[in-house]
Ligand binder design. Sequence first.
Ligand code: PLP
Length: 381
Amino acid sequence: TLEFTDRVTRVEPSATLAISALATELEAEGKDVVDLSVGEPDFPTPENVIEAGQDAMDAGHTGYTTSAGILELRESIADKLADDGLDYGPENIIVTPGAKQALYEIVQALIGDGDEVALLDPAWVSYEAMVKMAGGDLARVDLSAHDFQLEPALDDLAAAVSDDTELLIVNSPSNPTGAVYSDAALEGVRDLAVEHDITVISDEIYKEITYGVEPTSLGTLEGMADRTITVNGFSKAYSMTGWRLGYFAGPEELIDQAGKLHSHSVSSAVNFVQHAGLEALENTDETVVEMTEAFEQRRDLVVELLEDEGVDVAVPEGAFYMMLPVDQDDQAWCEGAIEDAHVATVPGSAFGTPGYARISYAASEERLREGIGRLVAEGYL
Ligand code: PLP
C-alpha cells in the first residue's frame, strides 16, 4: 500500500475544479448545464497572441529557456509593473507556468511548519491548501460582514496578526468577491505589515479587469517595496488560462531562494508560451478593454436580475465573480442548484465563507439570463 505524507493528506482537492467536473459529467449525460462556476473568461485568446505563439514555435522556440524566463519577457513585465508604479528589474522576476505556480513557490520558500499566514476571507481556494501543504497555520479575517471590504475590517485584521505572522495574502480585485480594496485599506495593511514585520503577497491577477476604479498596487506604498511580492499572470486579462503563464516579482533574495524551487521543479515556463505572453503584454490593450467592458455589462445584468428577485449583493468592482447570499447551507444549495436547475456555482465555504455561493459571470448574457431564470424557477432565488 502507498503511504502518503501529511503534506498531501491534510489538504482537500480544489472545490472549484470539483464542481466543474460535476458540470462536465452532467453535460456528458446530455444535460444543458449553465456553468457559472468557472474561473476563466469565456473569450478566445486574442488572435495576435495565438499567432505569436505559433510563430514562436515555427521559429524554433521549443527548447528550454533560462529558468526565470526569457529576458525580453521579464523586461516587458518590468515595464508593465513600472506602469503600475512598481520598481522591479528583470532580476526581480520569475516567469512561471501560471500565477498558481508563482504563489506555490513563494509559499514554499517562505513558510515552514508552524509559520503563520493571514488570509482575508473569503479567499481564493488554493491559498489555504498551499499554506497547509507548506505546514503553515492560518489566521483568517472574515470580511463578509462588511460587504467584503477591507477598510472597515482593519481592526479585525489588527487583532488577527502579530509578530508571529510571517505572511499576509492580499488579493484585490478579489476572487471570489470582486471587491477592490481602497487605498485607506491598503495603507492599513501597510501599517500592520511594518509594525509586525510581515511579508505581503499582493495577488494582482485581476488588476486589469475593473469597472471604473483603478486598484493601487500594494508595493507602491511607502515602506512596502521590500516586503511586497507582486503576483500576476496572463490567464484572466488575456484569456490565456490554458497556456499557463504567470509571474512573481520581489526582492532578489526571494528570487534566489524561490528560484531554486522553480528550477528544480518546473525548470521554466514553456518557451513559445513566453513569446506569446510577450505579445499579450505589448500589443493587446484594446482587447483587454473590450473584454472588461463586456464583463461590466454582464455584472450590471446579473445585479439587476438578482435585484428583481429581491436579492441584494455586494456589487463587484473588479474580476468576474460575485457572492450570492443563500439563506441555507451553501454546500446543499450549490448541490441542489446543479442537480435541479443544472446551474453550477461554487459554495462559499470553499472560500472560507459559508452562507454564500460564488457566481462567475464570465458567460454570455443569454446564458446568465437562462441560469438566473432557472434558479428562480426551481426556487433557489
Ligand atoms: N490567483 C487568483 C486569485 C485566482 O483566481 C487564480 C485563478 O483562478 C490564480 C491566482 C491562478 O491563475 P493562473 O495559475 O491560471 O495564472
